[in-house]
Design a protein around this ligand. Structure first.
Ligand code: PLP
Length: 450
């Protein structure tokens, strides 16, 4: 009780000398907030700090509040589309385009030639049409929003037929049956977990059916006794019955993933060629752009979808639009070496080995014992499950503290370096480390082991 009575008031503290210096640096409201918080802690713990300790804690509280929580990290996990680490890093041109638009007014919804209002998703529609062959294109916040919007605008109050084996859950609680319910469409499941035939779809059609929806099984594989129906026969059925064929592609690639030794991820242009009426696809998976969702397909459907009030709630902002336009421009000019994730996917095993060896040599000079060993990178981001890319990694067996401790110390480096553990060793994969980050990785490892 005595200790509590001895606590000074916020007002008193703000009159003290250290407050003046802090207020000059951080402004009065923030200093007052930090003082209040430190005093509350003292009251709760029924203890009183010395004046010196208290001001040190006030300062630490302010620093904590001001330290950016969203900051760069170095991804040495070998998972190319790491959702927790922000999926695709943007191409330099896309990052620059974003910076150019961010601090200024822009032509977001304004056509300088006519002086009239424009539509933001038209800014990339021509490019998307050219790259994919779609009749029409629009952009929303992400693929999840694109799917929800598509179903809400086109199938609310009606039935949508989906194969049981395609009722996927994407990370972050995006479950196809729940999205259907949310959209107001009634989901009609057909087939079994492992097998669905064209007759299953055909016999489920009723006068209330609006569409057949195909969902790409992005993040899992069904192996063994399986059967599913391709888009083309589905398109024949939907055309016969005047229904829509909708496709949730998830990742959606413009390039052929088999060219880099991976399984085939469905390409946007192939889906459209197969007769899909409207598709939804992510922009920050294998497209390598910013977080966004693409809606591509028939003009009348894109028009209907984008006129729905929900479209306004999931509309894309100017920074994303700038980054997406710049990313698509790299596809237009075939400058794919500049799209970071495609550089990572295409990196040769030799180039990866020589990078890991260069890290090893520099660390050896600093007295660090490690080795270069063969390992595997993955695509991640709910694309190409089970697919592995051969790589070479730096493998470190810590002499003391164990691998978990070393991993933690690497995370505490600024910027944090994120690795993984296998067989009690910390593995750092050069595939996902950007070319200008090599020095930082070497410094972080040397520091963490010293
Ligand atoms: C990843 C994925 C989504 C969600 O995409 P976001 O862009 O993350 O919203 C939806 N459907 C499928 C099939 C996916 O793979």
């Amino acid at each position: 009780m005595d200790a509590l009575r001895a606590l000074p008031s916020v007002h008193q503290l703000l009159e003290e000398e250290p407050a003046t210096t802090l207020i000059a640096a951080h402004g009065r409201p923030l200093v007052r907030f930090a003082v209040q918080r430190v005093l509350e802690d003292e009251r709760r713990q029924a203890s009183t700090d010395t004046s010196h300790d208290r001001w040190a804690r006030v300062e630490a509280t302010i620093q904590g509040l001001r330290r950016p929580r969203l900051r760069p990290v170095i991804n040495a996990t070998g998972v190319i589309l790491h959702t927790n680490l922000g999926r695709a890093p943007l191409a330099a041109a896309a990052a620059e385009a974003t910076a150019r638009i961010a601090g200024r007014y822009s032509t977001l919804e304004f056509d300088p030639q006519t002086g009239r209002r424009g539509r933001r998703h038209d800014l990339v529609a021509d490019t998307l049409r050219y790259l994919t062959g779609a009749q029409s294109a629009a952009v929303v916040n992400n693929c999840a929003a694109a799917v929800l919007l598509m179903l809400t605008a086109l199938a609310r109050g009606k039935e949508v037929i989906v194969a049981r084996g395609e009722l996927v859950e994407i990370g972050g609680g995006f479950r196809m049956p729940e999205v259907m319910r949310l959209s107001g469409a009634r989901m009609v499941e057909v087939g079994t977990t492992n097998r669905t035939r064209i007759e299953d779809y055909a016999s489920a059609i009723t006068p209330k059916t609006a569409a057949i929806m195909k969902v790409h099984a992005s993040n899992f594989q069904v192996v063994g006794f399986t059967e599913s129906v391709d888009l083309k026969p589905l398109a024949t059925v939907t055309r016969q019955h005047q229904l829509l064929l909708l496709h949730d592609l998830g990742s959606g690639a413009l390039l052929d993933t088999t060219a880099v030794g991976l399984a085939a991820e469905p390409r946007i242009q192939d889906s459209l060629l197969s007769g899909v009426d409207l598709l939804a696809s992510s922009a920050d998976k294998l497209l390598g752009g910013p977080q966004a969702g693409l809606l591509l397909g028939r003009s009348d459907l894109v028009e209907r979808v984008m006129k729905h009030p929900l479209a306004r709630a999931v509309r894309v902002d100017k920074l994303t639009t700038a980054a997406l336009a710049a990313t698509l421009d790299l596809y237009l000019t075939q400058s794919l070496a500049e799209v970071p994730i495609w550089g990572m996917l295409r990196a040769s095993t030799e180039s990866l080995r020589s990078r890991a060896q260069a890290w090893l040599r520099r660390l050896a000079e600093l007295g660090v014992v490690a080795e270069v060993t063969a390992a595997e990178s993955t695509v991640g981001g709910g694309s190409l499950p089970g697919e592995r890319l051969p790589t070479s990694v730096l493998a470190i067996t810590p002499r003391q503290g164990g691998a978990t401790e070393l991993l933690r110390r690497l995370r505490e480096h600024e910027p944090p370096v994120i690795g993984r553990i296998a067989d009690e060793r910390v593995l750092l994969d050069p595939r996902t480390v950007l070319p200008d980050e090599d020095d930082v990785v070497v410094d972080a490892v040397a520091g963490a082991l010293s």
